[in-house]
Design a protein around this ligand. Structure first.
Ligand code: ARG
Length: 391
């Protein structure tokens, strides 16, 4: 009997040819697994495709709840934006997929894994590092990367093996609840405006009337958005509502792990809204020093997730710090969506350290201004020696 390989299967070109390759070149039994983390796909069609190419068994696993509660919510608490732009949708999804592959491998009693990643992207690191952290001696076969295949060679192999390629899109697209990542084709020209037809979630020409959104946070995570309290529904509601209002397109030049710069387009309406709202609320309740240290750690956290090191102990250590700060991130944020722009228009919290009485310019303020004079004299003590005195 052949040994078994567990292949992360999306039904796209890379993973489809991997099924044939593993069987033909490695003489393996291929068990395909599709993990549902909110990509808008027909999972039955994917399963059918897997069997039609020669999978011996297929798993479809719904991991949406876990993705929201354990991955997306961590990202919100950490205001996670890689290079201040990318909310990490794809990067957060990969470790979860890898964990699910390991669960299947344990059930199927194998240590052989496969994925369709290329050697140029970040996804290979995210899969390999997570898989090996749980199964140290895992064997990982990534045919496209390991054989240095180009897209044209992949297509040729698919034709030889009679694998149908439905999606002739020039783009490489990855999608989950936290965002859509679009790369390749014409987008590789960094100066060219992306064609509107790449967008599925965001109406780039939105002219809808103003829309107000109210978000309640508890311990740094949303617990109610316009009355919706189910965590998956909150995210899908924001993706559609903010998307319709033209919010959530990100176009930037990104530094990949392997040193390559790439032009990336993302649609991430829910992520953009939630991080903006969360960050705003934090300013109401956290101290200046907390905010400063937290923002440094957020950048580090985002890099760790981006570069595939989700399992590194540093991530857990940063999570502990972040979770401690989030105990006070409770309250309500109001936002306004208008013709593609997003503005926070109000926030309140029982943990607020904003004191209207202190900041007010009105007569009733109990801030004693006369203390400021002496404070500033001492504050500037050293600085004043750096400029030549003018007479
Ligand atoms: N650049 C993004 C990242 O590394 C998106 C990758 C999208 N992956 C894909 N297979 N299209 O997270």
């Amino acid at each position: 009997m052949s040994k078994k390989a567990i292949l992360a299967f999306s039904g796209g070109l890379d993973t489809s040819i991997s099924v044939s390759w593993l069987k033909q070149k490695h003489n393996l039994d291929v068990i395909t697994a599709t993990i549902d983390i909110g990509q808008d796909e027909n999972f039955e069609a994917i399963e059918k495709k897997a069997y039609s190419i020669g999978a011996s068994k297929h798993y479809t696993i719904d991991a949406k709840q876990e993705f929201v509660d354990n991955y997306i919510f961590s990202a919100i608490k950490s205001n996670a934006l890689y290079q201040n732009k990318y909310p990490l949708a794809t990067a957060l999804g990969r470790p979860l997929i890898a964990y699910k592959l390991v669960e299947i491998a344990n059930q199927e009693d194998t240590k052989i894994f496969s994925h369709g990643c290329t050697g140029k992207g970040n996804d290979q690191a995210r899969f390999d590092v997570t898989l090996r952290s749980v199964m140290h001696n895992a064997k990982i076969i990534a045919p496209v990367r390991d054989e240095n295949m180009s897209r044209d060679e992949e297509i040729q192999y698919a034709q030889e093996m009679n694998i149908s390629i439905e999606k002739k899109s020039q783009y490489s697209i990855d999608e989950n609840l936290w965002g859509r990542s679009i790369e390749g084709g014409i987008l590789e020209n960094s100066f060219k405006e992306p064609p509107k037809d790449i967008y599925k979630w965001v109406n780039a020409d939105s002219k809808l009337d103003d829309k107000y959104i109210v978000i309640d946070f508890n311990n740094g995570v949303p617990i109610s958005i316009d009355g919706i309290t189910d965590s998956i529904e909150m995210i899908t509601y924001l993706n559609s509502t903010a998307g319709e209002h033209g919010i959530g397109i990100i176009d930037h030049i990104e530094d990949r792990l392997m040193g390559i710069k790439s032009r990336e387009i993302y649609e991430a309406p829910a992520a953009v809204v939630l991080i903006e709202a969360h960050q705003d609320l934090e300013k109401l309740v956290l101290t200046r020093n907390e905010l400063e240290v937290k923002s440094l750690l957020e950048q580090k956290w985002s890099w760790m997730i981006y570069s595939g090191l989700f399992v590194d102990p540093l991530v857990k250590a940063i999570n502990s710090f972040v979770n401690k700060t989030q105990e006070r991130v409770n309250g309500t944020v109001k936002l306004k969506l208008k013709n593609g722009s997003l503005t926070v228009i109000g926030r309140k919290s029982n943990n607020s350290i904003y004191d209207q009485n202190l900041s007010s310019y009105s007569a009733s303020s109990d801030f004693n201004q006369t203390y400021s004079k002496g404070f500033i004299e001492i504050w500037g003590l050293q600085s004043k020696f750096n400029e030549g005195e003018t007479t």
